[in-house]
Write a protein that binds this ligand. Sequence first.
Ligand code: C2E
Ligand code: MG
Ligand code: MG
Ligand code: MG
Length: 287
Amino acid sequence: QAKTAGRNTIRFFDPGIQAAMMQRLELEADLLSAIRGNQLELYYQVQVNDRGLATGAEALIRWHHPRRGVISPAVFIPLAEENGAIIEMGDWVLAEACRRLEAWQSDSRLGRLEVAVNVSAIQFQQQDFTAKVGALLAEYPSVSQRLKLELTESVLLNRAEDAIEKIRLLKNQGIRFSLDDFGTGYSSLAYLKRLPLDQLKIDQSFVRDIASDPSAAAITQTIIAMAQTLGLEVIAEGVETQEQLALLRNFGCRHYQGYLLSRPLSVGQFQALLAGGNPLLAAAEAE
Ligand code: C2E
Ligand code: MG
Ligand code: MG
Ligand code: MG
């Protein structure tokens, strides 16, 4: 008995676990001050077509934590989803992306870019989501034709009818929709067909292995063919090598995003990338 209790006690107070728990609690507590304290920033990662032209950018959130430095969204987005901070955070991301699109509007190059914004399932499922987006479009009328929302398959898991209705409503206002991380979820083909999407985003796990693993290549090919059948644009994410780019192109994929073209960049760096007649984008063009 005592032995069991002792073991449990030791387990509970395991310094490693305790440190991890403390860190988690601390981060959760810090999330809201992050939003209000101007610690969040959007980075932009260029999206390129098969002629090497920049057609858009994905907005990716960064958290500059006052003590811990930059924290990855892969760490804090799940926390924010659990404690509800994702709503306020998601509102901030959407508004910030719209302000950026508005600021870029008058620039001949930047003004043609489409900006893709990640929307958490929890955020999208809020009853007032479409109203919030509608309010932003009223405030920044020029952005509606250049805003794309990235959803994941989890958005559609429950309440598909509701999701379809929201997508329709926003599409009527000019917004486009992309299905992120495609291939990692559970969407059936029949299901996918019902969704009024514009784009499928091939998950980077397939792209990573496309040159080395025949089954990853086969899945990628199938996704591209399926997207074409459904009349959807397809974009590959996580493109890191010329070899991957060449294979994707052979398979019929015409839009790419990944470190080969550029890492996600701060606004200043991103603007410089586009202004610079960038050699990386030129390389994509030559390929
Ligand atoms: P995601 O939307 O699938 O974004 C792609 C992730 O892959 C980004 O990670 C990006 O930096 C990374 N990436 C891009 N190109 C490459 C490449 O060539 N190789 C490799 N290895 N990685 C590449 P990041 O920025 O850390 O974001 C992680 C995830 O966090 C995103 O995955 C998205 O699910 C979520 N996220 C980011 N920003 C937001 C946001 O504003 N709102 C919400 N709800 N989620 C966000
Ligand atoms: Mg995304
Ligand atoms: Mg993705
Ligand atoms: Mg993801």
